[in-house]
Write a protein that binds this ligand. Sequence first.
Ligand SMILES: [Cu+2]
Length: 184
Amino acid sequence: MGVYLLPSPPSLAVVFISFVTLSVHPEPELAITRHYKFDVTLQDVTRLCKTRSMVTVNGKFPGPRIVAREGDRLLIKVVNHVQNNISIHWHGIRQLRSGWADGTAYITQCPIQTGQSYVYNYTILGQRGTLWWHAHISWLRSTLYGPLIILPKLGTPYPFPKPHREVPIIFGNLIHYKKAIKLL
Ligand SMILES: [Cu+2]
């Protein structure tokens, strides 16, 4: 005949420690997970009176802005609809224990091939301010880029008087290839 041991009930000490832990940390976790989707497509874009076909994210040039708060987790699904291989680098983000999400093609990941997708998954720790994201393969970064804005945690003030308004400004370099070739 076997002897069956019933699991013992939680001791008073365990119950007490759990109660103390809940009492010390009554605030809910404020960090959230934010979802973005980047569709990489070819798009006709007109700038400086010229229209050209370029690789874009969601048809925008510059690309869409990402906004998060310090401590948030970002899940960004990148879907490649163009003929080029793609990877997106999150410039300036410290990839702490998420190096595979850095986006440097052939270094931390294989590029995303035509018709394929990849979900970048990382948490922003100890950083705030305005950074940017850009393609990290070939010269695609010339048209694939956009702002990455990290706000302070809720309830944490800026280290300067709160601005009346914030407007991200991105500098890019648009080359009209026909003229450039003629100059050569
Ligand atoms: Cu970069």
